[in-house]
Ligand binder design. Structure first.
Ligand code: ADP
Length: 265
């Protein structure tokens, strides 16, 4: 595929031999809280291949955010190794980490985090702006990313003129604009009603299926996790369960059986 957005499509590999994108080896993370030392991660070893779609689950306080912050190069482990596309990220300094983060990782948050006085197009352009991409190229990429999430006709809208689901789609487009190796989504459907949640999961499933985008998604909801391909469950800083999702839900199918809500025009 000619596309430089949304990572590499899985066309070059012969399917079974998926390339390892992320490898964590015995990650530990301690937080110092006054006299107390919190042991938030207690030996996380995990491999993520290109093209996976993983749900990260677990009770509050089990270490999910700590783990996602490390995956997203927002924080460093106290010990252990983190290899992202064979780069040992755990040894990098702040500046290098920021550069890797900007080029290789797309983030989607529960609260969308869009700039209010900025159009959908400009919001989607932002990571490319930080990556010092030339203006015409930024617009080209952001336009393409918005088309990929079905918002070609909403480019000039401000966030306040968009529904929650549309805002989250802008956020997904923004996350894709630098063609990241991986998309990290933290409760991306947490603020959305159930139909809109499935619509967002449909977009993520399409990006994963058709463009080979690797996705790691934190969710509390088993119904949402069921759209992913693999579930990793945290408990007390350890991985308690790591298994493929059986009987995976297909969002496009689920949507057919959900009552439609009126279209926001
Ligand atoms: P989850 O995302 O699953 O709710 P977290 O990764 O946020 O779990 O937290 C794991 C543990 O680490 C919890 O005991 C939490 O209180 C603690 N923790 C998380 N962040 C910090 C921090 N910045 N300082 C001190 N303790 C923290």
């Amino acid at each position: 595929m000619g596309s430089t957005l949304a990572g590499t499509a899985g066309t070059e590999s012969g399917a079974d031999h998926a390339e390892t994108l992320i490898r964590t080896e015995d990650l530990h993370k301690y937080y110092q809280l006054g006299d107390n030392r919190v042991h938030a991660l207690r030996g996380i070893s995990l491999q993520i291949a290109r093209g996976e779609f993983i749900a990260v689950m677990g009770a509050s306080g089990s270490g999910k955010s700590t783990f996602m912050n490390i995956l997203g190069c927002l924080d460093q482990p106290s010990s252990g190794r983190y290899l992202l596309e064979n780069i040992d990220v755990s040894t990098l300094g702040k500046k290098q980490l920021a550069s890797i983060r900007n080029r290789k990782i797309g983030f989607v948050f529960q609260g969308f985090n869009l700039l209010a006085r900025t159009t959908a197009l400009e919001n989607a352009e932002l990571p490319a702006f930080y990556a010092r991409v030339a203006p015409e190229e930024r617009v080209r990429r952001a336009t393409k990313a918005l088309e990929m999430v079905g918002l070609a006709d909403r480019m000039d809208h401000f966030p306040s003129q968009l529904s929650g689901g549309q805002q989250q789609r802008v956020a997904i487009a923004r996350a894709l604009v630098n063609a990241p190796s991986i998309l990290l989504a933290d409760e991306p459907t947490g603020n959305l009603d159930s139909r809109t949640s499935v619509e967002v999961m449909e977009i993520l499933q399409n990006l994963n299926q058709e463009r080979g985008l690797t996705i790691v998604l934190v969710t509390h909801e088993p119904d949402i996790a069921n759209f992913c391909k693999r579930a990793v469950v945290f408990r007390d800083g350890r991985i308690k369960k790591d298994e493929p999702i059986a009987n995976r839900s297909i969002a496009a199918e689920v949507l057919k059986n959900l009552p439609a809500i009126e279209d926001e025009e």
